[in-house]
Design a binder for this molecule. Sequence first.
Ligand code: ZN
Length: 75
Amino acid sequence: MSTHRNPLCRGPYGEDGTRSDGPDCSDPAVFEVTRHHRPALRVCPVHLGPSLLLATAVLWPPEIRLVGRASAPSA
Ligand SMILES: [Zn+2]
């Protein structure tokens, strides 16, 4: 395995440690959703919307940060 720059998507549920197999999604995370008393949830664009509604302890209104680039190749 080579080092990948972006962490993988943890969405849409964002439960840490409940799945030993890892998250269902294997796309690189692009957004980071801030949560109450939990590490920020990193998700891909597809799971950004669902994660806001399904993940635990998401702030409302949502607080989202861009942490990766969806499609732009590194120059
Ligand atoms: Zn995803």
